[in-house]
Write a protein that binds this ligand. Structure first.
Ligand SMILES: NC(=O)c1ccc[n+]([C@@H]2O[C@H](COP(=O)([O-])OP(=O)(O)OC[C@H]3O[C@@H](n4cnc5c(N)ncnc54)[C@H](O)[C@@H]3O)[C@@H](O)[C@H]2O)c1
Length: 314
């Protein structure tokens, strides 16, 4: 049955893919975004669909709309962007959560929060399981994002306990794919853009540190499955790809796949760079029958094609 679905941050990287998937399933989608890091271009393909609506709005202000479900994705996700205006970042997570939870309560909608692996901070447990409480610095330069997201989770669970609001909390790990911001400083977009521009690929450390990358289509599938799961499954639930790859291997792969003449350039490792980050997705496998399927090569192929086109336009 078709639903009316609000996606905050819908013009961003993950949000735009989510809007497309929800529309393709026959739903009415209202995309709300203040275009801080998102763009209208990201949802250009949706604009002709009569079931799609786009609204410029900042979630730190209240919103009154009639909807059945809310996916709350609004929040800049990369350090470069969330550290640009840290006070606004915390407000987006905290005031945004309060406004969207208030709306959900008022119109009796089910609401899903896009939380993050960053709630685990600098983890002492590998891989990270959902009942690990994390190791987060409350006063550092990343805290506006990490603590903002932690507080949002608290608000979700208090609305659930206090008002019996149906909630879902997804803890998203590193995700990549087309429509990532080209200048967000993340390793996949950095390497791809550098390779396509023929610039050296800047690799921090010796490249043996590992990361796990989830392709956007797999991630969006996980979010929708979580929203559609029985009400008892509130989360928090990890969504990400547990397959690890070393950063050096990733750089070499991108060099090969782009046929670039770029070299790999080694730089000193930043102090807070984790050696390893990897989700434990046993809960998602069991409760949602979900696991990522798209191989890194396949995902990178689509991502490279996207950036190639983007760099030709601009
Ligand atoms: N991409 C990842 O790897 C990843 C990992 C963990 C969590 N997440 C979470 O998923 C969500 C989406 O991330 P993304 O990678 O698509 O990032 P993104 O920056 O592309 O998307 C965020 C969107 O929110 C919008 N936005 C920001 N502040 C807003 C505000 N105050 N009001 C309305 N809109 C606002 C931005 O313009 C953008 O369109 C974020 O909440 C992020 O924290 C993403």
């Amino acid at each position: 049955m078709s639903k009316r679905i609000l996606v905050t941050g819908g013009a961003g990287f993950l949000g735009s893919h989510l809007c497309e998937r929800l529309l393709a399933a026959g739903n009415d989608v209202l995309c709300v975004d203040n275009y801080f890091t998102g763009t209208k271009r990201n949802v250009a393909a949706c604009l002709d669909n009569p079931r799609f609506e786009l609204m410029r709005h900042d979630v730190t202000f209240p919103l009154y709309v009639e909807v059945d479900e809310i996916y709350n994705l609004a929040c800049p996700a990369s350090p470069i962007h969330y550290q640009h205006d840290p006070v606004q970042t915390t407000k987006t997570s905290v005031h945004g959560a309060i406004n969207m939870l208030g709306l959900a309560k008022r119109v009796k909608a089910q609401i899903l929060q896009a939380s993050t692996s960053e709630v685990y901070g600098d983890p002492e447990v590998h891989p990270q399981v959902e009942d690990y409480w994390g190791n987060v610095n409350p006063i550092g330069i990343r805290s506006c994002y990490d603590e903002g997201k932690r507080c949002a989770e608290t608000l979700f669970f208090d609305y659930h306990r206090q008002h019996r609001l149906p909630i879902k909390v997804a803890r998203i790990f590193n995700t990549y794919g087309p429509r990532m911001h080209p200048n967000d400083g993340r390793v996949v977009s950095n390497f791809v853009v550098q390779a396509l521009k023929g610039e050296p690929l800047t690799l921090f450390g010796d490249g043996t540190q590992t990361r796990s990358f989830c392709y956007v289509d797999d991630l969006v599938d996980g979010l929708i499955r979580l929203m559609d799961a029985p009400a008892e499954l509130t989360g928090p639930l990890n969504l990400g790809n547990p397959n690890e790859v070393s950063v050096r291997e990733l750089a070499e792969k991108i060099v090969r796949m782009t046929n670039t003449r770029s070299r790999i350039e080694f730089r000193p490792l930043p102090v807070d760079d984790p050696r390893q980050r990897q989700p434990d997705i046993a809960l998602a496998r069991k409760a949602l029958d979900w696991a990522p399927h798209i191989e890194l090569d396949e995902g990178l192929k689509a991502t490279i094609a996207y950036f190639r086109e983007l760099l030709e336009i601009s």
